[in-house]
Design a protein around this ligand. Structure first.
Ligand code: AMP
Ligand code: ZN
Length: 666
């Protein structure tokens, strides 16, 4: 074998191990930075020596293939559903049927959680992934191999081979933390939020561009090896699969009796709320593979397994009225006002309804008796109407046709789920929300100024847009409701101080649709000034890494608007940073590249935001909670004792603010 081939093989093997340690075992064996270096090295070698191409190389995980139509593939082994049960009685009935067919008195079970995502069938040959197919109708599914390869916890090459040929099944899930992060980004960019993790996970599998799938923090939990096994039981087979490199959750339990099954169910009924993914039940399986074979299948589901569904917490209430909220981008969101009701430990008064289609689908009417549920979402949702209790004179809700604030006729473009108020610069709510966004923490971060004050200032006609803020004088503010002289002066001082805020934050603060925090950072670093950005053509804009046509078009729309040009011009006159201050970039380095830092407590030399910014400027990542992956905990005053204990237990370096300053000074 050539020297280069040996080197390539070694790199692939090392990267596979690191990957397995990080994504499957959750015990990283290398820093992200060092991992990237190895990966780059492999990429270069592969590019220079195309004869050693391997579809299962770790370099193939970043995606890039575009699939227009997914192949339909017939499953070798049908993918069945599961029978459901909702009570102990249901389970006892099932156990009796099982015992009768098998003809024994005691049966061993395995209990696993029912992972709520999209099922997938993975085929391996000689230790390598050959294809991945969705469940489809159970007989045939779509081949989504290119997308599946981007999921880091799925082994492309096994650590240890199981059988020459085998299939394994699992659930593609989107962990909650990742899901919320995706939605935060969308919220900032003014995009419609994803509804729930399950639909987002299954939708991800059908994206045409696999590099978009690669960006989503998907995971895959395995629950069944299909076909023959070297082992007698389901549990042993899964254990072996775990050794081979698959992510088989360790919560699986072997139970000697149905009573132990009940214990497992009771435990997880409450404990599930602490998981980082959604589960809607428990799957109970007969552990012996031999018995499984004897039991076989009904027309729809295996007889050897059953799902137990947790009760979703539901409450009955009454729909009192519907409010329509106008967002910063003009999107209209209906919100239901309910008769207050207790649900999962809190009093619920409002529920989200998303959009007009949702109202029509549920046929919601005022005074209807409705069912509310709490799912993964923070605000509860209405899931149905009790038609028997509907008042006789009730009429369908007529969705508003005009903006509740400025009365402009609403628009709904094709493909949009929501109605929009098109009166972007004349609609008071949109104007206020834009100013509120401008002063928010992640943008201009103006001390002493909050949403309510903006409302007062706007209503008193003291400001019409964010540029007007810089013209405010304390005497003008003092007469406002509940305003003291001191706080008025603080506001003015805070506004003046914001002139030092760097360009990328100002750009984010302008509130251009689809330009969230990350995009703003990219644009600022690329174009370096607002003038260059606002005069860039569509071609120039889309040529920037990760800037797509939708963002580019939105920037053009913004720049071509006379009002925006004037606004930007005024900001410039007032001395707001509209270009990158090169003197600031010297404080940037790559010294924290690949490092994860947690910040806790209060600091004297930085505000918490400045500290976080500084970490990012030096290449590090800020995470909110301590884990084994944390490199440093920067401890300030009044840090919680629990954080310290956890950091000490995990042997994470705890440093002070001053030590941090020394660290970045190299
Ligand atoms: P259902 O779609 O309700 O008929 O339930 C069957 C589906 O549950 C399967 O297709 C799997 O995708 C999913 N599932 C989730 N967790 C498990 C598990 N631990 N064992 C078996 N199936 C599971
Ligand atoms: Zn309006």
């Amino acid at each position: 074998m050539s020297k280069i081939k040996v080197k390539i093989e070694q790199l692939r093997k090392d990267l596979r191990n690191h990957n397995h340690n990080y994504y499957v075992l959750d015990t990283p064996s290398i820093s992200d930075y060092d991992f990237d270096i190895l990966l780059k090295e492999l990429e270069t070698l592969e590019a220079d020596n195309p004869e050693f191409y391997d579809a299962n190389s770790p370099t193939q995980r970043v995606g890039g293939t575009v699939t227009k139509d997914f192949n339909t593939v017939t499953h070798k082994n049908r993918m069945y559903s599961l029978a459901n049960s909702y009570s102990k009685e249901d389970l006892l009935d099932w156990e009796n049927r099982v015992k009768k067919i098998v003809g024994v008195e005691q049966i061993e079970y395995t209990c696993e959680l029912k992972y709520d995502g999209a099922s997938i069938n993975l085929s391996y040959q000689n230790g390598k992934l050959v294809n991945a197919v969705t469940r489809g109708d159970g007989f045939q599914g779509d081949e989504v191999t290119a997308n599946i390869k981007t999921i880091s916890s799925i082994p492309l090459v096994l650590q240890e081979n199981l059988l020459d040929n085998f299939e394994i099944r699992g659930e593609i899930i989107l962990p909650l933390k990742g899901f919320h992060k995706m939605n935060e980004d969308r919220e900032e960019a003014g995009l419609e939020l994803y509804r729930n993790p399950r639909n987002t996970a299954s939708g991800s599998l059908k994206l045409q561009d696999s590099s978009l799938v690669a960006e989503r923090p998907l995971d895959c939990l395995l629950y069944q090896v299909v076909g023959e096994s070297k082992f007698e039981t389901h549990a042993k087979t899964l254990e072996q699969a775990r050794k081979a490199g698959f992510k088989v959750p360790i919560d699986l339990r072997v139970c000697q009796s149905i009573d132990e099954v009940f214990e497992f169910i009771e435990y997880w009924d409450t404990e599930r709320h602490n998981l980082d993914y959604e589960t809607d039940g428990v799957v109970i399986k007969v552990n012996s593979l031999h018995y499984q074979e004897e039991l076989g299948y009904t027309a729809k589901a295996p007889r050897w397994a059953i799902a137990y569904k947790f009760k979703t917490e539901q409450a009955i209430s009454k729909l009192v009225s519907i409010d329509y909220q106008v967002g910063r981008t003009g999107a209209i969101t209906p919100v239901a006002n309910l008769k207050p009701v207790q649900l999962a430990g809190t009093t619920v008064k409002r529920a989200s309804i998303h959009n007009a289609d949702q109202i029509a689908k549920l046929d919601l009417r005022i005074n209807d008796t409705i069912f509310v549920e709490k799912g993964g979402e923070i605000i509860p949702k209405i899931v149905g109407v009790d038609l028997e209790k509907r008042p006789q004179d009730s009429k369908p809700v007529e969705y508003i046709t005009h903006c509740p604030d400025c009365k402009t006729k609403l628009e709904r473009k094709e493909g949009d789920a929501k109605h929009y108020c098109p009166n972007v610069y004349g609609c008071p709510t949109q104007n206020k929300e834009r100013i509120q966004h401008f002063i928010s923490r992640k943008a201009m971060n103006i001390d002493g100024l909050g949403a309510e004050t903006i409302e007062l200032l706007y209503d008193a006609n003291l400001i019409q847009n964010y540029a007007d803020l810089y013209d405010l004088r304390a005497e003008q503010i003092i007469p406002l409701e509940r305003m003291a002289e001191k706080s008025a002066q603080n506001i003015v001082a805070g506004i003046q101080a914001s002139k030092k805020i760097p360009f990328e934050k100002v750009l984010y603060g302008l509130g251009i649709r689809y330009v969230g925090e990350t995009v703003a950072k990219k644009l600022a670093r690329h174009f370096k000034s607002i003038d260059k950005l606002m005069t860039a053509s569509l071609e120039t804009l889309v040529s920037v890494d990760e800037i797509g046509e939708r963002i580019a078009q939105s920037i053009l729309d913004f720049s071509n608007d006379l009002l925006n040009m004037q606004l930007v011009e005024s900001l410039k006159q007032y001395g707001v940073q509209l270009e990158i201050d090169e003197s600031q970039s010297t404080t940037q380095s790559a010294i924290l590249q690949g490092k994860k830092l947690v910040v806790s407590g209060v600091f004297t030399k930085f505000s918490r935001n400045e500290l976080k910014q500084s970490i990012e400027d030096n290449g590090g990542k800020v995470s909110s909670s301590i884990s084994s992956k944390t490199d440093y905990l920067i401890a300030g005053d009044k840090m919680g004792p629990a954080k310290r204990t956890k950091a000490e237990k995990l042997e994470i370096k705890i440093i002070s603010e001053d030590e941090y300053i020394l660290l970045i000074a190299g």
